[in-house]
Design a binder for this molecule. Sequence first.
Ligand SMILES: [Zn+2]
Length: 185
Amino acid sequence: MNRLKYFNDPILKRKNKDITLFDDHLKKLILDMFYIMYNDRGVGLAAPQIGENINLFVIDEFSFPKENERHQPIIFINPKVTCDPNNTAIEDEGCLSFPGAIIPMKRSLNIHVDYMDIHGLPQTLDSQGWQARIIQHEYDHLLGKTLGDFISNIEKSILRKKIKERKPIFSMEDIREKLNVNKVF
Ligand SMILES: [Zn+2]
């Protein structure tokens, strides 16, 4: 399985290509991405973060659902995000590729996304608030922009020393079930 890329890995800054083949290989990659995202307690993950320079990210704003919340996994392939620049807010963000870093980021509160689903069918989504923030963060990854742009190399080397490998809490079967229950696969 692919592994997470951290800090100054050049793969995080490379150009990402559009996906044209909607096959089992893509499906497997997406499954791996959800596996890494859920097991690393993330709410989003972009393909370059696991070493694939393609235009793909996954999110689940309810990665760890509280009592009255439900999982909401979404796959975005070849996305184009349009932001409302007049309606923004600044909130702290973290990133699985920069563990330990918390950066205040200005984001649009309302966005529109055109993308493809796992079958290659065009979809649209109007998103607000927290989910819109996650989408903008992941979309930035596809443009080669990361929270790392706001962290000095000294800070990065301090954070790097603190990276801890965590034991996976979900098996691949658990992940499959989450995605099937939510009709993503
Ligand atoms: Zn990130």
